[in-house]
Each structure stands twice: as C-alpha cells, then as structure tokens.
Design a protein around this ligand. Structure first.
Ligand code: UD1
Ligand code: CA
Length: 453
C-alpha cells in the first residue's frame, strides 16, 4: 500500500508560528502520530503533501522512508492528492490520511484496506447527530454510494443526511490518477474536491465500499487549540485505560500524562499528576508518588519514588528509595537499595548498592561504591570552569556533612571524611581525613557592644 498524508493546511486558527501538523499531541507532532500509524501498516511508500511555509515540517520530520510533495497554492483536497501522484505506483492501492487527524487507528485502517481489496474504492464514514460542515454520503435506493456532496454545495434535503465523509479513503492508484485528472473546480468553494472521485468511480462501474471506524474519535480533526486539548485528553484517557487493563493502579486515571511509551510490571502504583516522557520502564511493584516527572528511565522492581521528584535519563536497580524532591539527571545509574532524599541531585554518576545520600547533596561525574554514606550538604566540585573531572568514592566510605570533593579526587575504601572537609587531595583508605581548621575557644573574650551616647 502507498500512503498519502495531506498536511498542507496552514492552520490559521491555531494562532501559532508552529505549523499545525507540528503541534504536539502527547509530546509528539500530530503528523508524527500519523506517520507512525502509516509505518505500522507497512506502507510501501509514504508521501507527505506539505504547503506554504511547510519546510520546517519537512526539516523536522524527514526520514529515508518519506517522499515530500509541495502543494502551493492550495487548491483543494483533490489538488493536494494530485501533487503526490508522481511518487505513487500504478500497481498499488493508495490510502489517504490527514496530518491533522492524529488518532486514526491501525485496526480501522486495516479493515478499510481489506474492504478496498485490490480494486475497489473504500471510504471511511461516520454517522453524526450534527453533520454540519461535513461532506455527505449520498446513496441510491439500494443503499449503494452514489457520490459525496460537500456541505456548501448540498441541497436542504442532502444536508439532512447524517452519514458523513471522514476524508480517509483507499483507492487503486491507476484509477485515482485517472479520476483526479478529470475533476474540476466548478463548485461553491472553487476547489478541486477529492470527494468528486466517488461519482467518477460509480460512473466507471468501480464498486464503492464504506467502513466505520472503531471509535469516532479516530476521525476527529484539529483546527484549534481547543480541539487539540480535547484530543489530548481523549488520547490520554485511552492510554490510562490501557494501563488499568494491564493491572496498573492509577489513583486517578484523569490525572496522568504519558508522552511516549510507558511499560509497567506487575502491581505498579502511580499517584496523581505524574508525567512520563520518552521511554520509561517501571519494574514490578514500583510506586511513583504524586507530581513526579519521569523521562527516559528504567526503574527497578520495588523502588519507590516519593512526590515531586524529577527522574531523567536514569537507570535504577531494585528497591531504591528516591525523593521527595529528588532530581536524577542523564547518566545516573543507581544500584539496588540506593536512597536519595530531598534536594539531592545526581548527574552522570554511578552509585552502587546500599549507598545513601539522604539530604541536600550534589553528586556529579562521580563513581560511588557500595554502602557509602554521603552526608547532608556534600558536593562534588566537578567543574573547574573549563573542564569536568570525576570523583571516585570507594566502598563503605562515610562522608561527613558539608564536604566538598574537588575533582579529580579519590576517597579510598572505608575512609571517613570529617564534616566540613574540602578535599583537594586523595583520601587514604580506612583513615579519617579532615581539612577543617582546628576548633579553639578563647576564654574571657567579650563580644563588642554598642555604646549608648
Ligand atoms: C473535507 C472533505 C469533506 C469531509 C471533511 C472531513 C473534501 C473536498 N471535503 O472537507 O467531505 O467531510 O474533510 O473533515 O475533501 N488540505 C490540503 N490541501 C488543500 C486543501 C486541504 O492539504 O488544498 C488538507 C487540509 O490541511 C486538511 C485536509 O486536507 O488536513 C482537509 O481539508 P479541509 O479544508 O479541512 O477539508 P473540509 O472542507 O473540511
Ligand atoms: Ca476541515
């Protein structure tokens, strides 16, 4: 099958500099959703018809399996499909999709393609209580489709028809080429209507089949931010429903956002207002507290992320205890049973099993061993203003509070660093290292006082 995606519309009603089809749904351009669907169908070729100002669309989404056809000026949907024809093979079927109809589903399209077979024209239609604005499907007394009439061209009687054209259709390429060469623009909008091919197909004795989508939402188009927001909620609702069906506990399925792929093990629990971005994998019995953002992460079984934590580009072992208010940045690799408490930031660091940093710490560009205790206020000074250096903390090290480790530096196995140490040289194993000035007390010292005048 060949797929043509119409994406030339400007989308003035979005009131945005970003072209309509690049507006994100679940964190990804609407057009990218449609392209993903087309790829799932194993299309032989995907041709995107883009319009004036659409170069950014092409730059953003170009891929080796895509062909691009520019449509300028935009003279209607029939004219748009015509621009794609040079890319299509006559021996194949063409599926027409829309860059601003992002929820169209693969099962629906497979049924549509099956209805078309190798030689019929198949239309995706829906029956609406309020069909205003849509092209109407006109049938003869035997129920066969005769043609489509656009709302603006329809008579009062034709406007009463509730079965409407979604725009999605499948047709044999060779026929499509012929029909599109024969359509005109003598209609209310002065446009070349793709829908006029239906009448031509009937005249040519080509059978016209109709198929209904699994859900009407699949055929909803986006023309405004309000419609985009509606589709976002619908889409998130489907994702939440799927997670619930898989056995995930969602404290409130209406307060979850998945912008990417979320894979969950058994008995995962997700509290309210969490956002998942990119590729996220949660092991069995992982618990995510309220208001967490988790992005491109793998979290081991039994780990608990307390509220308001931000997890990004991180891998965690089993039974970790993270947050509240923890931040792990890209390159964070935690072993099993690692504890990171409030206001602890970890970046590009490996922290091995059973190590803890429970309060107020920055661990950056570090290799931390097993059973290490990192005291409150500890900071790796990894950046000298020009270069980043690594800090190595071996197993069973105890780091007192408010310590600065000026990298590159190594703390030997079992060493203890006294609170307040500024470590600029390696600390030997098993010993206590302190850099703090000696404490002294001055007897008979008097605090200065203001003299009354
Ligand atoms: C079209 C159908 C109508 C159907 C409705 C469903 C035609 C003539 N009419 O009407 O039967 O009920 O969709 O929403 O096809 N586009 C281009 N280039 C153009 C014109 C349009 O790329 O020159 C793209 C638009 O960006 C949009 C899609 O085609 O994604 C549909 O265009 P639109 O103008 O919204 O068609 P409607 O008048 O709504
Ligand atoms: Ca429209």
């Amino acid at each position: 099958m060949e797929v043509v995606v119409l994406a030339a519309g400007q989308g003035k009603r979005m009131r945005s500099v970003l072209p309509k089809v690049l507006q994100p749904l679940a964190g990804k351009p609407m057009l990218a959703h449609v392209l993903e669907t087309a790829r799932t169908l194993e299309a032989r070729r995907i041709c995107v018809v883009y319009g004036h100002g659409g170069e950014v669309v092409r730059e953003r989404l170009d891929a080796p399996d895509l062909a691009w056809a520019r449509q300028a000026p935009q003279l209607g949907t029939g004219h748009a499909v015509q621009q794609a024809l040079p890319h299509l093979s006559d021996d194949d079927m063409a599926l027409v999709l829309y860059g601003d109809v992002p929820l169209i589903g693969v099962p629906t399209l497979r049924r549509l393609a099956a209805a078309a077979g190798g030689e019929r024209l198949a239309l995706l239609t829906v029956t609406l209580d309020e069909p205003q604005g849509y092209g109407r499907i006109l049938r003869d007394t035997a129920g066969r489709v005769v043609r489509i009439v656009e709302d603006k061209d329809a008579s009062a009687d034709e406007r009463k028809v509730q079965e409407v054209n979604t725009g999605v259709l499948v047709a044999p390429v060779a026929r499509l080429r012929d029909w599109l060469g024969r359509i005109g623009n003598d209609n209310a909008q002065g446009e070349y209507y793709l829908t006029d091919i239906i009448g031509l197909a009937v005249a040519d004795g080509v059978e016209v089949a109709t198929v209904q989508p699994d859900a009407v939402a699949e055929t909803l188009g986006v023309n405004s931010k309000a419609q985009l927001a509606e589709l976002e909620r619908l889409h998130q609702g489907h994702i939440a429903r799927r997670l619930l069906d898989e056995g995930v506990t969602l404290i409130d399925p209406a307060r979850l956002d998945v912008r990417g792929r979320l894979v969950c093990g058994r008995d995962v629990e997700i509290d309210v207002n969490c956002v998942f971005e990119g590729e996220v994998e949660l092991g069995d019995e992982v618990h995510i507290g309220a208001h967490c953002v988790v992005r491109n992460a793998r979290i081991g079984a039994g780990s608990r992320i307390a509220p308001f934590s931000h997890i990004d580009g991180s891998v965690m072992g089993q039974g970790c205890v993270i947050g509240p208010f923890a931040r792990t940045r890209p390159g964070t690799v935690l072993g099993a049973d690692v504890h990171l408490g409030n206001f602890v930031e970890v970046k590009n660091s490996v922290i091995a099993d059973h190590s803890k940093a429970n309060h107020l710490a920055y661990v950056g560009d570090a290799d931390v061993g097993r059973k290490v205790n990192i005291g409150a206020g500890t900071i790796t000074c990894n950046y000298d203003g020009a270069n980043k250096h690594r800090t190595i903390i071996e197993d069973e090290v105890f780091i007192g509070s408010d310590t600065q480790l000026v990298a590159p530096v190594r703390v030997g196995r079992g060493a203890t660093l006294g609170a307040g140490t500024t470590l600029t040289k390696d600390a030997p194993p098993e010993q206590l290292t302190v850099s703090r000035a000696k404490q002294l007390s001055i007897a008979n010292w008097k605090r200065p006082v203001k003299q009354p005048r």
